[in-house]
Design a protein around this ligand. Structure first.
Ligand SMILES: Cc1cc2nc3c(=O)[nH]c(=O)nc-3n(C[C@H](O)[C@H](O)[C@H](O)COP(=O)(O)OP(=O)(O)OC[C@H]3O[C@@H](n4cnc5c(N)ncnc54)[C@H](O)[C@@H]3O)c2cc1C
Length: 570
């Protein structure tokens, strides 16, 4: 069995080693266009920032290791330029010798990855404009930083790679500006969750230009000028384009393999392309989104590795299925961590899938134990059964553990009621007797059972002020410190029972506090005394960050509860 593999990094190297572990007889050849195989491209931003000090630490397996331990014929600097399917041959160009030659295959795996999008904008070819995909790219960026006095940089794109670059440049004393076409960073998050990061980024002195795109680049007196679509010109020392990646599908396309609507190679559950002897894995393929059932592109190392393993299994004779993805991902942004799994609200709305949402803010370990940090959890779930559809978490500590629990729950097809029952490890340093995941389950379950009625932060502006009243149940001290929402009445939760006669029974009261835990207690008091009530989901902690953003964009809706100016400071 002669197995040829195109692409020697995440998916390709995994497929090659897995195939060898299953078969001592297979003849395995790994072609890599570049100079390096099996390295950690996920570590590149941290190498640029200096957190990973030694370049050698980025290598997972050298060509020698792959040859000696796995007897894989590793061909670096050799690019597969054509597939002749009828002859089951590939044409290979050796970039060192310039020679072209052919190799035969029984089975072929394509794992060529995805390249950074570099739009044909005026001036984009300047040597001060960089993209980051591979080790040579990171060498170029690092060399540029070392050889030039880089005081400022513009990062175009607020996705995970953009955010990692922002952090790693900023930690080296570079003043960073982010330009992002959407109104938020981190595409996997909904707006109000991303807004928590916006606040954090601004606290780190990062300038955010949201809702604006780059139009062109030009050089002026040795500096780079980045011009935006909205007419802003920014003078800077360098720019990094991190606006997404696009599948390297050209080889497959030229060979007549089916390309899907999203732009990736179409594969079946066994990762076979439209030619059963050719498999494709990694960033180049379209995968099934397991929540929506739609095909999508997903550039993540975990799926690429799992697909490499599954394709090798099938080729060696153990049928293995790759069902699809939930898109579980995590990114550090300075002192915060953003993670998500499953679908976000925006996507569910787009495809018309019914859902409910809950917001909770819980400490990552027992609040009485020193160092407890709050994390925000947004849970999306089905309105009937409460099946989990997606989760997003933003916080400082413990985010990785909770997103992985939720990703596992998603895979297991669990409901929010199951989350209530999860028995998670607890000692004060590690969690709480009611873990943040349990609490997310309790709250979602309360919503589902009708034990509580909620209003989300973005629904306040639509409420009729004639029959609705906001009720802040925090202490005077807290309100003095953070302000409250305009027109809210203030009665501390502990005084509420004694002051019910101050309330109007014709109105619906929307109770809230910092995270709406005391808001929930107030709600229970009110409804049991015959008042109409709801709670502001997630309280001030969910309401304030997006409102700050909206204020930043100067889109204040007069007369609503929807702007930062509506936060009354006492
Ligand atoms: C800076 C950065 C940070 C990242 N961080 C994370 C992270 O934290 N978590 C995460 O899950 N994912 C992360 N990713 C994404 C992850 O690295 C990719 O999803 C994964 O590497 C995809 O694997 P792949 O095998 O499809 O492609 P790649 O790993 O990109 O490998 C493709 C290889 O194929 C070679 N090639 C292409 N065409 C040919 C050809 N015709 N002939 C020979 N060789 C060819 C290319 O040179 C390339 O080396 C990051 C990516 C980058 C760039």
């Amino acid at each position: 069995m002669r197995l040829l593999i195109v692409g020697g990094v995440a998916g390709g190297a995994t497929a090659a080693t897995r195939a060898r572990r299953l078969s001592e007889d297979a003849d395995i050849v790994l072609f890599e266009r570049g100079f390096y195989v099996s390295y950690a491209n996920c570590g590149l931003p941290y190498y640029i920032g200096g957190e990973i000090e030694k370049r050698d630490d980025l290598f997972i397996a050298s060509p020698e290791r792959l040859r000696d331990r796995y007897r894989i014929d590793v061909r670096t600097s050799q690019e597969v330029v054509e597939i002749e399917r009828d002859k089951k041959e590939v044409k290979v160009k050796d970039h060192e010798t310039g020679e072209e030659f052919k190799e035969q295959y029984d089975k072929l795996i394509l794992s060529p990855g995805a390249r950074p999008i570099r739009p044909r904008l005026q001036g984009v070819d300047s040597n001060k404009v960089f993209t980051l995909r591979d080790l040579p790219d990171s060498d170029s960026i690092k060399n540029y930083l070392e050889r030039n006095r880089v005081a400022s940089a513009v990062v175009v794109g607020g996705g995970p790679i953009g955010m990692e670059l922002v952090e790693n440049l900023s930690r080296q004393g570079v003043a960073v500006t982010v330009i992002e076409k959407q109104d938020k960073v981190m595409p996997a998050l909904d707006f109000e969750m991303a807004a928590i990061l916006h606040r954090h980024l601004r606290d780190q002195n990062i300038r955010l230009y949201l809702g604006d795109g780059v139009k062109s680049f030009h050089e002026k007196k040795g500096r780079l000028v980045v011009s935006t679509e909205k007419g802003v010109d920014m003078e800077t020392d360098m720019a990094l384009l991190a606006i997404g990646v696009w599948p390297e599908k050209e080889l497959a396309e030229k060979a007549g393999l089916t390309i899907g609507e999203q732009g990736g190679i179409v594969v079946d559950e066994m990762l076979r392309t439209s030619d059963p002897d050719i498999y494709a894995i990694g960033d180049v393929i379209e995968v099934r989104d397991l929540v929506t059932g739609e095909n999508r592109l997903l550039a993540l190392a975990g799926p690429a590795n799992r697909q490499g393993r599954a394709a090798a299994d099938t080729i060696i004779g153990r049928e293995s299925i790759f069902e699809g993805v939930w898109g579980t991902s995590i990114t550090r942004v300075f002192n915060m961590v953003a993670a998500s799994t499953g679908d976000k609200e925006e996507s569910l709305r787009d495809i018309g899938k019914p859902y409910l949402a809950s917001f909770t803010h819980s400490y990552h370990h027992a609040s009485y134990y020193p160092g407890a940090k709050r994390m925000a959890i947004k849970l999306l779930f089905g309105p009937d059964r409460g099946e989990i559809l997606g989760a997003q978490i933003v916080g400082e500590e413990g985010v990785d553990k909770r997103i992985d629990v939720l990703a596992t729950a998603l895979k297991a097809g669990m409901t929010v009621h199951d989350l209530e029952e999860l028995e998670l490890a607890y000692a004060p340093q590690f969690g709480s007797a009611k873990d943040p995941v349990n609490i997310a389950g309790f709250v979602a379950s309360n919503i589902l059972k009708g034990d509580v009625h909620i209003v989300h932060w973005n629904e306040l502006g639509d409420l009729n002020k004639e029959d609705t009243m906001l009720l802040d149940v925090r202490t005077d001290e807290e309100i003095k410190q953070t302000g409250t929402i305009m027109d809210a009445v203030h009665i501390h939760v502990d005084e509420l029972r004694d002051r019910l006669d101050e309330l109007d029974r014709d109105k619906t009261y929307i109770a809230y506090c910092t995270v709406s835990l005391r808001g929930y207690i107030a709600y229970r008091i009110l409804v049991q005394h015959g008042f109409k009530a709801k709670i502001l989901s997630g309280g001030m902690e969910t309401w304030s960050p997006p409102l700050e953003d909206i204020a930043e964009r100067e889109t204040r809706k007069q007369g609503s509860f929807s702007s930062k100016d509506d936060i009354r400071t006492a």
